[in-house]
Design a protein around this ligand. Structure first.
Ligand code: AMP
Ligand code: MG
Length: 484
């Protein structure tokens, strides 16, 4: 692979030295390509005929000319406690490239070996968690939710010690930016106001160019408001698809509002408002129904980091954007899911009652909204069949249909729109678990097949109906830990 095909601009290196340490990857042995995202490569402006050309880059054994790998320094609040020791402990930012459409892409090799920030870790990523990140980031993208992406992943022969011995893997994760809230916390707590300002201007010039040219104060305030708004919208979108992140520490919050750092995440199967997907999160700090509030808490951590350079009042005003933006986006998302175009005052109570009903009767969240998107096309049965007590469904459907009478859109038009927001296919934990098992036995085809389905989550894909099935009993509430 020639680096000539790339327009390289490694702007992260323009930040003060304290933001990174140059580290060479520690090569993995016996690497093989698992999966390569050709469609994404095209978007990024390059084309690969031979996937194997990239295997050694993924293994950390080869660098293209212009790659200058660094481990990024950041800190952050983990489960509410400040940790000054963080940073890329197993990932390296290789370079930034500019696509023909002008978009910037950070290339980050996750699983590249130890760095000065590895603490007690081995600098590695295992096959299981790397597949989970690959699948989910591409599924998120398919759902239209901002996210980091997976460019390619390799597996290797090196044994990795977790609860048992596992297979090593590495992922090239790409994003417009890998800067986290935690970068700002690092600058504020350890470097001082000038460094916060330098970081802020860096982020604005690369990712918020529309703010360039505004007077200092206004530029900073508008930027903070926008970060808060993007974060609020992101989490409202997660809630709407039933996504639980699992580790919403401030070092896992992207400054540009991407879904970032896929660990013990889960999509809800049966609706459970208090669902905790991370079994190390015993207090349920990051439970599904706490995510909106935690998003706000993280914005507060960011706000604290900005205090030295932005007026306190302005920061407070910026923070107020969170609740307003979250509520508006969440309401809009739920109206779209229910197919309600006309705005009625009673809609909010219908929405809240719907959640209560789904919770109380353990109804599959995704299947419910998808069945509702075909109510006139397929009738009541597919909705009713999701309930143990059919009369609960009947009662709710009666109320819903009464509400629909206030709508002016034709049924088929409404349901077409609903099918565009209520996915048929989500990455259920049991599906991930199945393809991981096959991959661990050396067969990556099932993973690739699942990936293809998830990239078009709103399409019917009748030939892939089995991926929309409800989880088998063994697959419900699988415990996923942080040990990735
Ligand atoms: P996470 O919980 O994945 O967000 O990781 C929190 C911090 O621990 C980050 O700074 C990671 O880089 C670091 N980390 C996670 N796993 C490892 C590992 N296996 N080796 C070294 N550092 C790690
Ligand atoms: Mg992390």
């Amino acid at each position: 692979m020639s680096s000539k095909s790339f327009h390289v601009e490694h702007r992260y290196l323009e930040l003060p030295d304290s933001f990174y340490t140059r580290v060479q990857p520690t090569p993995l042995r016996g690497a093989r390509m698992v999966c390569f995202n050709h469609e994404l490569a095209e978007q990024m402006g390059f084309h690969t005929q031979k996937e194997d050309d990239w295997t050694q880059v993924g293994a950390g054994a080869e660098l293209l000319e212009g790659m200058d790998p660094v481990a990024m320094k950041y800190t952050g609040h983990q489960f509410g406690a400040y940790n000054p020791e963080l940073g890329d402990g197993r990932g390296l930012l290789l370079w930034e490239t500019i696509a023909p459409d002008g978009r910037r892409w950070d290339w980050h090799l996750k699983g590249a070996g130890m760095t000065p920030y590895s603490r007690f870790g081995d600098g590695r990523a295992v096959l299981r968690s790397t597949i989970r990140e690959y699948l989910c980031s591409e599924a998120m993208n398919g759902l239209g939710i901002p996210t980091t992406r997976a460019l390619f992943m390799v597996s290797a022969k090196d044994p990795i010690r977790r609860e048992s011995i596992e297979t090593a893997a590495a992922l090239v994760r790409v994003a417009q930016s890998h800067i986290r809230f935690g970068h700002f916390e690092f600058a504020a707590h350890h470097e001082g106001p000038e460094t916060v300002k330098t970081l802020l201007e860096h982020v604005i010039s690369l990712h918020f160019p529309h703010l360039i040219g505004l007077p200092d104060d206004e530029r900073h305030v508008r930027w903070f408001e926008e970060v808060v708004e993007r974060t609020a919208r992101l989490i409202a979108d997660w809630q709407a698809v039933g996504f639980c992140h699992g580790v919403m520490n401030s070092d896992n919050m992207s400054i540009i509002g991407d879904t970032f750092d896929y660990g013990p995440y889960a999509f809800l199967d049966d609706f459970d408002a208090g669902y905790i997907c991370n079994h190390t999160d015993q207090g349920g700090r990051y439970a599904y129904n706490r995510q909106p509030h935690i998003g706000f808490t993280n914005c507060q951590y960011l706000a604290n980091a900005l205090m030295p350079i932005v007026e306190e009042d302005s920061v407070r005003r910026g923070l107020r954007r969170y609740e307003i933006t979250y509520n508006a986006r969440f309401l809009q998302n739920m109206r779209d899911k229910l197919g309600l175009l006309q705005e009625e005052e009673s809609d909010l109570s219908l929405i809240m009652d719907t959640f209560s009903m789904l919770h109380e009767h353990h109804v599959d969240y995704t299947a419910f909204f998808r069945a509702l998107s075909n109510l006139y096309a397929h009738g009541h049965a597919p909705v009713r069949d999701l309930f143990v007590d059919r009369s609960v469904a009947d009662e709710w459907l009666e109320r819903y249909e009464e509400r629909l009478q206030k709508e002016t859109r034709a049924h088929d038009e409404r349901e077409y729109a609903m099918r565009g927001v209520n996915p048929k296919y989500i990455l259920r934990n049991y599906l991930a678990q199945q393809v991981i098992q096959e991959a661990q036995n050396g067969d990556y085809q099932p993973m690739k097949a699942l990936l293809k389905v998830l990239q078009r989550p709103f399409d019917e894909q009748p030939e892939h109906e089995q991926y929309a099935a409800l989880p088998p009993d063994w697959g419900k509430h699988l415990n996923i830990s942080c040990s990735s």
